[in-house]
Design a protein. Structure first.
Length: 392
């Protein structure tokens, strides 16, 4: 169903006004969680050196921040690929950078949200994605979330177990009061989400030792995601994880999000494209405008800008693949040069429907720099292309 933006804005204003006049104190959003979650020992990821049989609480400090994101930081078509269409428009040759104002999840060192946590080199390729949240079955995940944007946003996890005070989604679910505080985090506010990781959040019998989930903002879901608010979660089977939560039987992990960012559906579209575009924003009314502002990306990088994903021959490499929410987020993630096993089957391509989450294992035996791209023609031509490298 398509609902006009003015209605959303009216809704937002009404919601903010209701909050302001509700007499509620400034929201120190400490939810009313069950005793079990409260009493579990809490560690930061770096503090964890041992895990008891009941699991640990993995602590994260994540903010939604506004940034200017460059989809092509190193330039256009750095793959050097021949295309029948050059991407030139009637207005002239394409700009070398495609920069849009966006909102993204970023990790901080503590609840003061003053110091950004440096992303480890292993995860540099995550690009626009939020910080990786990890857990082993039996753990809990405690995320202090701060909304530094001008938008109303949330964190809504897939796969993990949440109660009504940690779902991060606003709808008529028959609840009221404090259990709705997680549904909309207003600008400047903070909320603590606690999610648990029971068996049903981890690998099933046919899975390998870890599975991929995602989290994203679920205020106006598709708009939030097209604005940039999405990130990965990995859950490892109980007893199969290292102290940091990574699966013991895997040498190297990569996450690749095959996403079309529909910038006409971003909260910042008017800011990015100008108010004159506003009336013509919908895909149905103006497909050409939508196409002009559709970015075909892997982890928010287009046209070969994805950082090189490097591995060694013979390693056990796990690929976690996901995709975005738009109707045309139908992808075929394809590796040149090597094969992988997905769902017990030998593949060199994995199909991803909208909001898909998939895991594939590779034992690279073929050295070199190899193409890694979506095999859907329009997406390939649009720039959903990256590379990976197998070293001796
Ligand atoms: Cu695709």
């Amino acid at each position: 169903m398509i609902i006009g933006r003015p209605r959303y804005l009216l809704f937002l204003i009404t919601l903010t006004a209701c909050r302001a006049f509700s007499g509620a104190q400034e929201v120190k959003r400490v939810p009313n969680h069950g005793q079990n979650a409260r009493q579990m020992p809490m560690h930061t990821k770096t503090e964890m050196s041992q895990q008891d049989k009941h699991g640990v609480v993995r602590a994260y400090f994540i903010a939604a921040d506004e940034i200017d994101w460059d989809y092509t930081p190193h330039g256009r078509n750095i793959m050097g690929m021949p295309f029948p269409e050059t991407g030139d428009t009637e207005a002239g040759p394409p700009l070398s950078h495609r920069i849009y104002h966006k909102a993204v999840y970023r990790e901080y060192t503590d609840a003061s949200f003053r110091v950004l946590k440096i992303r480890p080199q292993q995860w540099e390729h995550l690009g626009i994605l939020g910080p990786l949240i990890r857990a082993e079955v039996g753990d809990s995940v405690r995320t202090v979330f701060k909304n530094n944007t001008h938008l109303s946003v949330t964190m809504h996890p897939h796969g993990l177990e949440y109660k009504k005070d940690a779902e991060g989604a606003l709808y008529n679910d028959g609840t009221a009061g404090t259990v709705k505080l997680d549904d909309t985090i207003a600008p400047g506010h903070t909320y603590t989400y606690i999610w648990t990781v029971p068996e049903r959040s981890g690998p099933a019998a046919m899975d390998e030792s870890s599975v991929l989930w995602m989290y994203h903002s679920h205020f106006v879901e598709s708009t939030d995601i097209n604005t940039g608010l999405v990130g990965p979660i990995i859950v490892t089977r109980r007893g199969s994880a290292r102290a940091d939560g990574s699966p013991k039987d895997v040498d190297r992990e990569f996450i690749a999000d095959f996403s079309i960012f529909d910038e006409t559906d971003s909260w910042f579209f008017e800011r990015n494209a100008g108010k004159q575009a506003r009336a013509l924003r919908s895909n149905a009314l103006n497909p050409a405008l939508r196409e002009e502002h559709a970015l075909y990306t892997i982890n928010g990088y287009s046209e070969g800008n994805l950082p090189m994903m490097t591995m060694k021959k013979g390693e056990h490499v796990r690929w976690y693949l996901l995709s975005s929410t738009n109707e045309d987020d139908i992808h075929m993630a394809h590796w040149h040069g090597n094969t992988a096993v997905w769902n017990k089957m030998r593949m060199d391509s994995v199909f991803l429907g909208p909001m898909a989450m998939a895991t594939a294992d590779m034992m690279p035996d073929n050295e070199g720099i190899w193409l890694f791209h979506c095999h859907v023609a329009d997406h390939f031509k649009g720039g959903m292309v990256g590379r990976y490298e197998v070293l001796p």
